[in-house]
Design a protein around this ligand. Structure first.
Ligand SMILES: [Mg+2]
Length: 191
């Protein structure tokens, strides 16, 4: 197995129903950019290179328009709401969404510094925990690990979730999307 390429890591955490008030809102589908929609290895077939200028700095990303269609189909099939969870923050709606055919999406603000928390959780994880407000969610990211899972499991106001660990070199794969789809589809059948 090439270095850095790991099998998808998915975790499903459930809290007793009594710990969650009534979850009536749709599930969330949180999407990272770098390492997910923009694979960080070499050029990949099917991807197009785009130059993005943020705060005077130019970034090159490779994006696959098929990802946009796949995410929209997944959201439509499962009733999930797509949300950016990326250090691109609102810039994702300008530079990343349009080339993928995605509409403007809500954004989880993730102000830095980009340093792990006291439990080893990624800096974005507390912001995600504060955002979800009991709604079930799938998080597509290349930097979620056990400390993130533990942080979310123990955090008040966080209900059911699935962390789909995306390979940063491959980016979002069909298998990742199927994991998300299966979990979201099964939500309807849970007590
Ligand atoms: Mg990332």
């Amino acid at each position: 197995m090439p270095e850095g390429v790991r099998p998808g890591l998915a975790r499903q955490i459930r809290l007793p129903p009594a710990t969650i008030a009534h979850v009536t809102e749709s599930p969330l589908l949180l999407v990272d950019v770098d390492g997910v929609l923009n694979p960080l290895g070499g050029a990949l077939p099917g991807f197009e290179v785009h130059e993005c200028v943020v705060d005077g700095q130019t970034y090159r990303v490779q994006l696959n328009p098929g990802h946009g269609a796949a995410l929209l189909a997944l959201a439509a099939d499962t009733g999930a709401e797509l949300v950016w969870a990326t250090t691109w923050e609102r810039e994702a709606n300008w530079w990343i969404g349009p080339p993928l055919g995605l509409p403007e999406l809500p954004v989880v603000e993730v102000p830095g510094p980009a340093l792990p928390g006291g439990g080893g959780e990624m800096f974005k994880t507390p912001h995600v925990a504060a955002y979800v407000k009991g709604r079930p969610f799938v998080w597509l990211d290349d930097h979620t690990w056990e400390p993130d899972e533990e942080y979310l499991r123990d955090h008040p106001g966080v209900g059911d979730f699935l962390l789909v660990h995306v390979s940063p070199r491959l980016g979002l794969t069909d298998a990742d999307l199927e994991q998300a789809r299966d979990w979201l589809k099964a939500l309807d059948r849970r007590p």
